[in-house]
Design a protein around this ligand. Sequence first.
Ligand code: SAM
Length: 315
Amino acid sequence: MRQVYFHEPVLAETVVDYLIISGSGTYVDCTLGGAGHAELILQKLQGNGMLVGIDADPDALVFSREKLKKYSNVRILRGFFDQLDALLMQENLLPAEGVLMDLGISSFQIDAAEKGFSFQSEGQLDMRFNPDQELSAEKIVNTYSAEALEEIFRLYGEEKNSRRISQRIVQERDSGAIRSTRQLAEVIKKVVPVNYQVKSLARIFQAIRIEVNQELERLKTGLEKAFQSLTKNGRLVVISYHSLEDRIVKEFFRYKEKDCVCPPEFPKCICDKVSEIRIITKKPVTPSSDEINKNPRSRSAKLRVAEKISEYVEL
Ligand SMILES: C[S@@+](CC[C@H](N)C(=O)[O-])C[C@H]1O[C@@H](n2cnc3c(N)ncnc32)[C@H](O)[C@@H]1O
Protein backbone atom coordinates (compact mmCIF):
# COMPACT_ATOMS: atom_id res chain seq x y z
CA MET A 1 0.00 0.00 0.00
CA ARG A 2 1.17 3.51 -0.71
CA GLN A 3 1.99 5.69 2.27
CA VAL A 4 -0.24 8.56 1.23
CA TYR A 5 -3.96 8.01 1.44
CA PHE A 6 -5.56 11.07 -0.01
CA HIS A 7 -9.30 11.52 0.34
CA GLU A 8 -11.14 14.71 1.18
CA PRO A 9 -14.29 13.90 3.18
CA VAL A 10 -17.40 15.24 1.46
CA LEU A 11 -19.93 17.47 3.29
CA ALA A 12 -17.81 16.76 6.36
CA GLU A 13 -19.29 19.16 8.94
CA THR A 14 -22.83 18.56 7.71
CA VAL A 15 -22.43 14.79 8.11
CA VAL A 16 -21.23 15.11 11.69
CA ASP A 17 -23.96 17.60 12.63
CA TYR A 18 -26.70 15.31 11.31
CA LEU A 19 -25.20 12.09 12.63
CA ILE A 20 -24.37 12.87 16.23
CA ILE A 21 -27.46 13.40 18.29
CA SER A 22 -26.03 12.61 21.69
CA GLY A 23 -22.42 12.86 22.75
CA SER A 24 -22.21 9.18 23.69
CA GLY A 25 -23.23 5.78 22.33
CA THR A 26 -22.00 3.85 19.32
CA TYR A 27 -21.54 5.49 15.92
CA VAL A 28 -20.75 3.37 12.88
CA ASP A 29 -18.91 4.58 9.82
CA CYS A 30 -19.60 1.72 7.39
CA THR A 31 -17.37 3.17 4.67
CA LEU A 32 -14.31 4.15 6.66
CA GLY A 33 -12.04 4.87 3.65
CA GLY A 34 -9.33 7.32 4.74
CA ALA A 35 -11.15 7.98 8.06
CA GLY A 36 -11.85 11.61 7.17
CA HIS A 37 -15.44 11.55 8.47
CA ALA A 38 -14.45 9.10 11.21
CA GLU A 39 -11.89 11.45 12.70
CA LEU A 40 -14.37 14.34 12.76
CA ILE A 41 -16.90 12.09 14.50
CA LEU A 42 -14.27 11.17 17.10
CA GLN A 43 -13.39 14.82 17.64
CA LYS A 44 -17.04 15.65 18.24
CA LEU A 45 -17.43 12.69 20.62
CA GLN A 46 -14.58 14.10 22.76
CA GLY A 47 -13.57 10.72 24.15
CA ASN A 48 -17.13 9.61 24.91
CA GLY A 49 -19.00 6.89 23.07
CA MET A 50 -17.47 4.62 20.48
CA LEU A 51 -16.68 4.89 16.78
CA VAL A 52 -16.85 1.67 14.79
CA GLY A 53 -15.14 1.91 11.40
CA ILE A 54 -15.88 -0.68 8.74
CA ASP A 55 -14.50 -1.09 5.23
CA ALA A 56 -14.23 -3.96 2.77
CA ASP A 57 -10.84 -2.75 1.51
CA PRO A 58 -7.97 -3.87 3.78
CA ASP A 59 -5.72 -1.04 2.51
CA ALA A 60 -8.23 1.50 3.85
CA LEU A 61 -8.16 -0.23 7.23
CA VAL A 62 -4.36 -0.24 7.46
CA PHE A 63 -4.26 3.48 6.81
CA SER A 64 -7.17 4.33 9.11
CA ARG A 65 -5.88 2.21 11.98
CA GLU A 66 -2.65 4.24 11.90
CA LYS A 67 -4.47 7.57 11.52
CA LEU A 68 -6.84 6.90 14.42
CA LYS A 69 -4.35 5.25 16.79
CA LYS A 70 -4.39 8.19 19.20
CA TYR A 71 -8.08 7.56 19.96
CA SER A 72 -8.97 4.80 22.41
CA ASN A 73 -12.71 4.69 21.65
CA VAL A 74 -12.37 3.18 18.15
CA ARG A 75 -13.02 -0.30 16.78
CA ILE A 76 -12.03 -1.09 13.21
CA LEU A 77 -13.62 -4.04 11.45
CA ARG A 78 -13.18 -5.49 7.99
CA GLY A 79 -16.28 -6.41 6.04
CA PHE A 80 -19.06 -5.34 3.72
CA PHE A 81 -21.85 -3.27 5.20
CA ASP A 82 -24.51 -5.72 4.11
CA GLN A 83 -23.24 -7.82 7.05
CA LEU A 84 -23.41 -4.85 9.41
CA ASP A 85 -25.71 -6.49 11.95
CA ALA A 86 -23.49 -9.59 12.21
CA LEU A 87 -20.29 -7.52 12.49
CA LEU A 88 -21.74 -5.39 15.28
CA MET A 89 -23.31 -8.35 17.05
CA GLN A 90 -20.04 -10.30 17.14
CA GLU A 91 -18.40 -7.33 18.84
CA ASN A 92 -21.30 -6.71 21.18
CA LEU A 93 -21.80 -3.22 19.78
CA LEU A 94 -25.55 -3.19 19.12
CA PRO A 95 -27.60 -1.02 18.97
CA ALA A 96 -26.02 2.04 17.36
CA GLU A 97 -26.87 5.73 17.79
CA GLY A 98 -25.88 6.58 14.24
CA VAL A 99 -24.77 4.91 11.00
CA LEU A 100 -22.93 6.66 8.17
CA MET A 101 -22.59 5.36 4.60
CA ASP A 102 -20.42 7.40 2.24
CA LEU A 103 -20.86 5.24 -0.83
CA GLY A 104 -18.62 4.24 -3.71
CA ILE A 105 -14.87 4.60 -3.90
CA SER A 106 -12.35 6.93 -2.32
CA SER A 107 -9.94 9.19 -4.20
CA PHE A 108 -7.17 6.91 -2.96
CA GLN A 109 -8.75 3.92 -4.66
CA ILE A 110 -9.24 5.85 -7.92
CA ASP A 111 -5.66 7.09 -7.84
CA ALA A 112 -4.15 3.66 -7.02
CA ALA A 113 -3.54 2.53 -10.61
CA GLU A 114 -2.96 -1.07 -9.52
CA LYS A 115 -6.56 -1.31 -8.24
CA GLY A 116 -7.75 -0.81 -11.81
CA PHE A 117 -10.65 1.59 -11.11
CA SER A 118 -9.49 4.35 -13.44
CA PHE A 119 -9.46 4.44 -17.23
CA GLN A 120 -6.95 7.30 -16.98
CA SER A 121 -4.10 5.21 -15.65
CA GLU A 122 -2.62 1.87 -16.64
CA GLY A 123 -3.40 -0.97 -14.29
CA GLN A 124 -4.64 -4.51 -14.09
CA LEU A 125 -8.43 -4.82 -14.54
CA ASP A 126 -9.23 -5.52 -10.91
CA MET A 127 -11.71 -3.15 -9.15
CA ARG A 128 -12.29 -5.41 -6.13
CA PHE A 129 -12.83 -3.72 -2.76
CA ASN A 130 -12.08 -7.08 -1.18
CA PRO A 131 -8.96 -8.56 -2.82
CA ASP A 132 -9.86 -12.06 -1.56
CA GLN A 133 -13.00 -12.21 -3.64
CA GLU A 134 -12.89 -14.20 -6.87
CA LEU A 135 -14.91 -11.96 -9.17
CA SER A 136 -12.77 -9.20 -10.66
CA ALA A 137 -13.17 -6.76 -13.55
CA GLU A 138 -10.86 -8.95 -15.62
CA LYS A 139 -13.08 -11.97 -15.09
CA ILE A 140 -16.21 -10.03 -16.06
CA VAL A 141 -14.67 -8.50 -19.18
CA ASN A 142 -13.21 -11.81 -20.37
CA THR A 143 -15.89 -14.33 -19.46
CA TYR A 144 -19.34 -12.65 -19.50
CA SER A 145 -21.40 -13.06 -22.70
CA ALA A 146 -22.05 -10.04 -24.91
CA GLU A 147 -25.66 -10.00 -23.65
CA ALA A 148 -24.60 -10.06 -19.99
CA LEU A 149 -22.07 -7.26 -20.56
CA GLU A 150 -24.65 -5.20 -22.43
CA GLU A 151 -27.10 -5.54 -19.57
CA ILE A 152 -24.55 -4.41 -17.00
CA PHE A 153 -23.50 -1.43 -19.13
CA ARG A 154 -27.13 -0.45 -19.64
CA LEU A 155 -28.30 -0.95 -16.07
CA TYR A 156 -25.29 0.24 -14.10
CA GLY A 157 -23.72 2.63 -16.59
CA GLU A 158 -26.86 3.94 -18.36
CA GLU A 159 -24.67 3.87 -21.48
CA LYS A 160 -26.34 4.35 -24.88
CA ASN A 161 -23.61 2.49 -26.78
CA SER A 162 -23.85 -0.59 -24.55
CA ARG A 163 -24.57 -3.07 -27.35
CA ARG A 164 -21.79 -1.88 -29.63
CA ILE A 165 -19.27 -1.81 -26.79
CA SER A 166 -20.17 -5.25 -25.44
CA GLN A 167 -20.06 -6.82 -28.91
CA ARG A 168 -16.69 -5.26 -29.60
CA ILE A 169 -15.28 -6.51 -26.30
CA VAL A 170 -16.34 -10.06 -27.12
CA GLN A 171 -14.88 -9.76 -30.63
CA GLU A 172 -11.55 -8.43 -29.32
CA ARG A 173 -11.31 -11.33 -26.85
CA ASP A 174 -10.78 -13.69 -29.80
CA SER A 175 -7.31 -12.28 -30.27
CA GLY A 176 -6.37 -12.50 -26.58
CA ALA A 177 -7.62 -11.62 -23.11
CA ILE A 178 -8.22 -7.96 -22.16
CA ARG A 179 -6.19 -7.60 -19.00
CA SER A 180 -5.51 -3.92 -18.41
CA THR A 181 -7.49 -0.70 -17.99
CA ARG A 182 -5.75 0.84 -21.03
CA GLN A 183 -6.56 -2.18 -23.21
CA LEU A 184 -10.22 -1.96 -22.26
CA ALA A 185 -10.27 1.81 -22.80
CA GLU A 186 -8.80 1.34 -26.31
CA VAL A 187 -11.50 -1.19 -27.21
CA ILE A 188 -14.25 1.18 -26.04
CA LYS A 189 -12.72 4.08 -27.97
CA LYS A 190 -12.90 2.05 -31.19
CA VAL A 191 -16.72 2.09 -31.17
CA VAL A 192 -17.62 5.39 -29.47
CA PRO A 193 -17.47 8.77 -31.29
CA VAL A 194 -14.59 10.93 -30.06
CA ASN A 195 -16.83 13.55 -28.42
CA TYR A 196 -18.51 10.96 -26.20
CA GLN A 197 -15.49 8.85 -25.31
CA VAL A 198 -14.68 10.26 -21.88
CA LYS A 199 -18.29 9.98 -20.69
CA SER A 200 -18.67 6.48 -22.10
CA LEU A 201 -15.42 5.35 -20.52
CA ALA A 202 -16.54 6.71 -17.14
CA ARG A 203 -19.92 4.98 -17.46
CA ILE A 204 -18.51 1.61 -18.53
CA PHE A 205 -15.87 1.61 -15.78
CA GLN A 206 -18.54 2.56 -13.24
CA ALA A 207 -20.80 -0.25 -14.47
CA ILE A 208 -18.06 -2.87 -14.19
CA ARG A 209 -17.10 -1.64 -10.70
CA ILE A 210 -20.73 -1.89 -9.54
CA GLU A 211 -20.95 -5.46 -10.87
CA VAL A 212 -17.61 -6.53 -9.36
CA ASN A 213 -18.57 -5.32 -5.89
CA GLN A 214 -22.33 -5.97 -6.17
CA GLU A 215 -22.75 -2.41 -4.98
CA LEU A 216 -26.46 -1.89 -5.53
CA GLU A 217 -27.54 -5.20 -4.01
CA ARG A 218 -25.26 -4.56 -1.06
CA LEU A 219 -26.69 -1.06 -0.67
CA LYS A 220 -30.28 -2.37 -0.54
CA THR A 221 -29.39 -4.98 2.09
CA GLY A 222 -27.02 -2.61 3.90
CA LEU A 223 -29.71 0.06 4.35
CA GLU A 224 -32.04 -2.48 5.96
CA LYS A 225 -29.25 -3.80 8.18
CA ALA A 226 -28.29 -0.27 9.20
CA PHE A 227 -31.91 0.54 10.04
CA GLN A 228 -32.24 -2.64 12.12
CA SER A 229 -28.99 -1.87 13.96
CA LEU A 230 -30.16 1.59 15.05
CA THR A 231 -31.61 2.43 18.41
CA LYS A 232 -34.87 4.42 18.56
CA ASN A 233 -34.07 8.03 17.56
CA GLY A 234 -30.82 6.84 15.94
CA ARG A 235 -29.81 8.39 12.65
CA LEU A 236 -28.92 7.01 9.25
CA VAL A 237 -26.82 9.35 7.07
CA VAL A 238 -26.11 8.33 3.47
CA ILE A 239 -24.06 10.09 0.79
CA SER A 240 -24.51 8.80 -2.75
CA TYR A 241 -22.63 9.76 -5.89
CA HIS A 242 -24.84 8.68 -8.77
CA SER A 243 -28.54 8.47 -9.52
CA LEU A 244 -28.74 4.67 -9.23
CA GLU A 245 -27.55 4.79 -5.63
CA ASP A 246 -29.57 7.87 -4.73
CA ARG A 247 -32.78 6.30 -6.08
CA ILE A 248 -32.30 3.27 -3.85
CA VAL A 249 -31.72 5.45 -0.77
CA LYS A 250 -34.70 7.71 -1.58
CA GLU A 251 -37.05 4.76 -2.15
CA PHE A 252 -35.86 2.99 0.99
CA PHE A 253 -36.50 6.10 3.10
CA ARG A 254 -39.93 6.67 1.50
CA TYR A 255 -41.01 3.08 2.09
CA LYS A 256 -39.88 3.12 5.70
CA GLU A 257 -41.67 6.43 6.31
CA LYS A 258 -45.04 5.20 4.98
CA ASP A 259 -47.81 4.33 7.39
CA CYS A 260 -49.62 2.10 4.96
CA VAL A 261 -48.62 0.41 1.71
CA CYS A 262 -52.06 -0.84 0.63
CA PRO A 263 -53.07 -0.06 -2.98
CA PRO A 264 -54.95 3.29 -3.07
CA GLU A 265 -58.18 1.62 -4.25
CA PHE A 266 -58.45 -0.39 -1.00
CA PRO A 267 -61.27 1.12 1.12
CA LYS A 268 -59.50 0.21 4.34
CA CYS A 269 -55.91 -0.48 5.30
CA ILE A 270 -55.20 -4.19 5.64
CA CYS A 271 -51.42 -4.03 5.81
CA ASP A 272 -49.71 -3.75 9.15
CA LYS A 273 -47.13 -1.31 7.88
CA VAL A 274 -46.42 1.56 10.25
CA SER A 275 -44.05 4.45 9.79
CA GLU A 276 -40.60 3.49 11.06
CA ILE A 277 -38.55 6.55 10.25
CA ARG A 278 -38.78 10.30 9.95
CA ILE A 279 -37.06 11.76 6.93
CA ILE A 280 -34.94 14.70 8.11
CA THR A 281 -33.75 15.92 4.70
CA LYS A 282 -36.87 16.43 2.55
CA LYS A 283 -34.54 17.22 -0.34
CA PRO A 284 -31.00 15.88 -0.58
CA VAL A 285 -28.25 18.14 0.75
CA THR A 286 -25.54 18.89 -1.84
CA PRO A 287 -22.09 20.47 -1.50
CA SER A 288 -21.68 24.24 -1.87
CA SER A 289 -20.01 25.63 -5.00
CA ASP A 290 -17.07 26.47 -2.76
CA GLU A 291 -16.68 22.82 -1.71
CA ILE A 292 -17.05 21.65 -5.33
CA ASN A 293 -14.31 24.09 -6.41
CA LYS A 294 -11.99 22.81 -3.72
CA ASN A 295 -12.93 19.15 -4.19
CA PRO A 296 -14.37 18.48 -7.68
CA ARG A 297 -15.03 14.84 -6.75
CA SER A 298 -17.78 16.08 -4.41
CA ARG A 299 -19.83 17.54 -7.28
CA SER A 300 -22.28 14.65 -7.62
CA ALA A 301 -22.76 14.04 -3.89
CA LYS A 302 -26.25 13.84 -2.40
CA LEU A 303 -26.75 13.46 1.31
CA ARG A 304 -29.94 12.09 2.83
CA VAL A 305 -30.73 11.64 6.52
CA ALA A 306 -33.44 9.71 8.35
CA GLU A 307 -34.20 9.14 12.01
CA LYS A 308 -35.57 5.86 13.31
CA ILE A 309 -38.83 6.34 15.16
CA SER A 310 -39.62 2.69 15.90
CA GLU A 311 -38.18 0.70 18.80
CA TYR A 312 -34.93 -1.24 18.38
CA VAL A 313 -35.73 -4.95 18.16
CA GLU A 314 -32.92 -7.06 19.57
CA LEU A 315 -31.04 -8.86 16.78
C1 SAM B 1 -16.17 7.34 -0.54
S1 SAM B 1 -15.10 6.28 0.34
C2 SAM B 1 -15.33 6.77 2.01
C3 SAM B 1 -14.41 7.87 2.42
C4 SAM B 1 -14.53 8.23 3.90
N1 SAM B 1 -15.83 8.70 4.27
C5 SAM B 1 -13.48 9.26 4.29
O1 SAM B 1 -13.84 10.32 4.80
O2 SAM B 1 -12.28 9.01 4.08
C6 SAM B 1 -15.97 4.76 0.31
C7 SAM B 1 -15.28 3.62 1.04
O3 SAM B 1 -16.28 2.63 1.28
C8 SAM B 1 -15.80 1.35 0.99
N2 SAM B 1 -16.97 0.58 0.59
C9 SAM B 1 -17.75 0.75 -0.49
N3 SAM B 1 -18.78 -0.10 -0.48
C10 SAM B 1 -18.66 -0.83 0.66
C11 SAM B 1 -19.45 -1.87 1.26
N4 SAM B 1 -20.55 -2.33 0.67
N5 SAM B 1 -19.05 -2.35 2.44
C12 SAM B 1 -17.92 -1.88 3.06
N6 SAM B 1 -17.13 -0.91 2.53
C13 SAM B 1 -17.51 -0.39 1.35
C14 SAM B 1 -14.75 1.54 -0.08
O4 SAM B 1 -13.77 0.52 0.00
C15 SAM B 1 -14.17 2.93 0.27
O5 SAM B 1 -13.03 2.81 1.08
